[in-house]
Design a protein around this ligand. Structure first.
Ligand SMILES: Nc1nc2c(c(=O)[nH]1)N[C@H]1C(S)=C(S)[C@@H](COP(=O)(O)OP(=O)(O)OC[C@H]3O[C@@H](n4cnc5c(N)ncnc54)[C@H](O)[C@@H]3O)O[C@H]1N2
Ligand code: MOO
Length: 398
């Protein structure tokens, strides 16, 4: 039977994102908000620093009084400000992060000061200008400032920012419930020795590891037999409580490739099947009840690439990411590449001295090659031959 045209990757991603509704928002304690996406813009609830603070350990002085000497009248430590006023010729011992006392405008670092009893002498060049070594109130942000855009990831830095801005919780979306299952009668679980033509099941393990940094609740269904009934029963059991169902294997055209018929039999629908991608052509996207279904090809490298291009991004979309697509960067090619065919290609490649060297054999069953790869080189459909040194788009893997 002649093949129908394959769906371009960008269109397949766009259609998938259109299917993926965002899940409910929960105000979540900061500790549990890491790695999620802000569901609303986040504004500061305090000013940081709250007052003019010292950036160094030393002596708070009035710049106009230089070169001193200065009479020591007290101390300002972090959390314990000096209560009085620094007058002409006076100084206050000050620590990093402590409030600058009234009257003082500059900090003399202790490496440039020499103390004799209650007198402090300049012992070096001294602060070059007024306000030197002072962090002004609001240097970082002011109360009410927009700090995190809606749809931005809660990175470790943004988490610390939110804490400093006076927030104890953040509006993020609940974790995405993702079910994974493998099909194939040749497969055995990893804890069962594979004999003869049996093969250890590795795709769902790889998927779980690929999703480890995302906000997911994983429902691991393991291996389901190559039977429409078994697959249908599993689908039916997942349709109500799952946001995303990811299958691997049985996506192609063989007599035992049953994911499509089983999905239809369970009352699901197929939005598209077969995309212009290598590896990963037989991937399908569909729905079952309230869940999105992604049927990944069984070949491990095909499952890996489609997980990077579709599974991770659709989870990010459901979790409210402003831009859920994978992040690509560029690298110079280590060796010439031939012109590409009609499918988007992702070549397993090693990164050496910042250059990308595509592996000689690009077979979608080869895990040793995938495990060695530091990146995937992106080749657009019909891309002309490329020379060593030319810049290409890559998906970093490490
Ligand atoms: N006549 C055609 N044959 C094939 C086509 C085609 O267009 N016409 N497409 C090929 C492409 S491209 C791919 S990719 C594969 C994918 O097929 P399936 O999704 O049906 O995958 P399976 O046949 O079930 O398995 C393929 C291969 O991968 C191994 N496998 C499967 N699941 C796992 C797992 N969980 N862990 C480890 N390894 C797994 C399986 O044993 C097979 O060796 O179809 C081509 N055929
Ligand atoms: O697309 Mo298959 O995934 O080329 O091996």
């Amino acid at each position: 039977m002649p093949e129908s045209p394959l769906l371009p990757v960008a269109e397949a991603q766009a259609r998938l994102f259109a299917m993926a509704a965002t899940v409910a928002v929960e105000n979540t304690p900061l500790r549990h908000a890491a790695g999620r996406w802000a569901a609303e813009p986040v504004h500061a609830r305090r000013t940081q620093p709250a007052a003019d603070l010292s950036a160094m350990d030393g002596y708070a002085i009035r710049h106009a009084d230089l070169p001193g000497p200065f009479r020591l009248i007290g101390e300002s430590a972090a959390g314990h400000p000096f209560a009085g006023n620094v007058g002409a010729g006076e100084t206050v011992r000050i620590s990093t992060g402590a409030a600058l006392p009234l009257g003082a405008d500059t900090v003399l670092v202790q490496e440039e000061a020499r103390r004799e009893g209650t007198l402090v002498h300049l012992d070096g060049d001294g602060p070059a200008h007024k306000r030197r070594n002072v962090r002004p109130r609001g240097l970082d942000f002011h109360d009410g400032d927009l700090l995190i855009d809606a749809g931005a990831r809660i990175t470790p830095a943004r988490l610390a920012l939110a804490a400093t801005a006076g927030l104890a919780a953040l509006p993020v979306r609940r974790p995405i419930r993702v079910a994974t299952l493998a099909t194939g009668d040749e497969l055995v679980p990893v804890d069962t020795p594979a004999t003869g033509l049996q093969l250890p099941e590795s795709n769902t393990l790889m998927l779980a590891a690929l999703l480890a940094d995302l906000p997911v609740e994983l429902i691991e269904c393991g291996i389901v037999a190559d039977s429409c009934d078994d697959l249908g029963l599993t689908f039916a059991s997942l349709s109500a409580a799952t946001d995303l169902i990811v299958t691997t294997g049985g996506a192609s055209v063989g007599d035992h490739d049953l994911v499509r018929p089983a999905l239809r039999a369970a009352g699901g629908s197929i939005d598209y099947w077969r995309i212009a991608l290598r590896p990963g052509k037989p991937m399908l996207a569909g729905r079952l009840g309230g869940a999105v279904v992604l049927g990944l090809p069984g070949n491990p490298v095909s499952a890996f690439v489609t997980a990077l291009l579709f599974v991770r991004p659709v989870i990010a979309a459901m979790a409210g990411a402003a831009d859920p697509r994978p992040r690509t960067v560029t690298a110079p090619l280590g060796e010439d590449l031939p012109a590409n065919g009609p499918r988007t290609d992702y070549l397993r490649a090693e990164l050496r001295d910042g250059r990308a060297f595509a592996s000689t054999i690009q077979d979608s069953s080869m895990l040793a090659t995938l495990a060695r790869a530091g990146c995937l080189i992106h080749r657009a459909p019909g891309a002309p031959a490329a020379r060593a040194g030319e810049s290409v788009g890559i998906l970093p893997l490490a």
